[in-house]
Design a protein around this ligand. Structure first.
Ligand code: IPM
Ligand code: MN
Length: 356
């Protein structure tokens, strides 16, 4: 098939992990005889440096022309002055909004080979397999922001239709899995959460009567994620809670560098990014874990291009490279050597060539 993919390397380790995903996508194109065209564009701090804006018009135009968008990471100390007029993160938030990708799917699946990389006990991790569905274009991220000399405000706003569409998407996912959906809110304190809970329980009762529903307050959810992670199938929650809970959940898999994400809306075009940030402390050292980025490329093939066999092949190649002992520093056992980003990608690419 023919496809146009926009690549947005961004900042920090973003370019390193984007190069990794790019290499794997080129390998898939060769092996499965597809014709992928790539268009590299600016976003975030590097876009601010080059154009003054975190999301230049050319970038938006390229994303809107393409079948799918891959993003590395944005942000870094160079652009994080509290008084800065423009910030790298605005580029990413505006892009999510412009593309209408309101549902951010973050799969958290423990890989047996990495159980010892997690700080949690192995018996808690066995069989953990969940997807967190994070609302991505509403809530406190997008409400009015005010900053004065002695106070600041961030408005958290949700409306019924925003809650309905994300909960519907999560419930459909649950139907195709173990049929369990956990909705996370803070309904004992927040009005937006009380609306979230009302809308969610009504919609699930009316449209998905067979789904097994659980409701948790976010503080309790943070605890249950560590206490009984195996119980969760699909978790649906608002923007900021989803951001926080998925960094926590990454420790179940062993490293923030392992987790991919897919941001989807009502069209087929999606935005794919590893959930880790730009990790300025290790940028440019060639030691970043490329697995989250490469797994995000697999999600891109599956969700935006409908290439399931290709996506499965990438996922199998990651597992096989790990089974063969390939480890970047973040997941290596202490005292043992570790692979550079490029060596890790080499191992995944050669595993990809072997996958049936
Ligand atoms: C993420 C990141 C972003 C977010 C930042 C970079 C704006 O943390 O994708 O999880 O908070 O959504
Ligand atoms: Mn985050």
């Amino acid at each position: 098939m023919e496809a146009l993919i926009t690549l947005l390397p961004g900042d920090g380790i973003g370019p390193e992990v984007t190069a990794a995903a790019h290499r794997v996508l080129k390998e898939v194109a060769t092996r499965f005889e597809h014709n992928f065209e790539f268009d590299v564009q600016l976003i975030g701090g590097s876009a601010i440096d080059a154009t003054g804006e975190p999301l230049p018009e050319d970038t938006v135009a390229s994303c809107e022309r393409s079948d799918a968008v891959f993003l590395g990471a944005v942000g870094g100390p160079k652009w994080s002055d509290p008084n800065a007029a423009v910030r790298p993160e605005q580029g990413l938030l505006n892009l999510r909004s412009v593309l209408g990708v309101y549902a951010n799917l973050r799969p958290v699946k423990v890989i047996d080979e990495l159980i010892s990389a997690s700080p949690l006990k192995p018996e808690i991790l066995d069989g953990v397999d969940m997807i967190v569905v994070r609302e991505l274009t509403g809530g406190i991220y997008f409400g009015e922001k005010i900053r004065e000399a002695t106070f600041a405000t961030d408005v958290c706003r949700y409306q019924t239709d925003e809650i309905e569409r994300i909960v519907r998407m999560a419930a459909r996912l649950a139907e195709g899995r173990r049929g369990k959906l956990c909705s996370v809110d803070k309904a004992n304190v927040l009005e937006t959460s009380r609306l979230w809970r009302d809308v969610t329980s009504r919609l699930l009762r009316d449209e998905f009567p067979r789904i097994e529903v659980e409701t948790l307050l976010v503080d309790a959810a943070a605890m249950h994620l560590l206490k009984r992670p195996r119980d969760f199938d699909v978790i649906v929650t608002e923007n900021m809670f989803g951001d926080i809970l998925t960094d926590e959940a990454s420790m179940l898999v062993g490293s923030l560098g392992m987790l991919p994400s897919a941001s989807l809306g009502d069209s087929r075009r999606g935005l794919y990014e590893p959930i880790h940030g730009s990790a300025p402390d290790i940028a440019g050292q060639g030691i970043a874990n490329p697995c989250g980025a490469i797994a995000s490329a697999a999600l891109l093939l599956r969700h935006s291009l409908g290439l399931n066999a290709e996506a499965n092949a990438i996922e199998a190649a990651i597992t096989s490279a790990l089974a063969g002992g390939a480890r970047t520093a973040d997941i290596a056992e202490t005292g043992l050597g570790h692979a550079s980003t490029t060596e890790m990608v080499d191992r995944i690419v050669s595993a990809l060539r072997e996958v049936e």
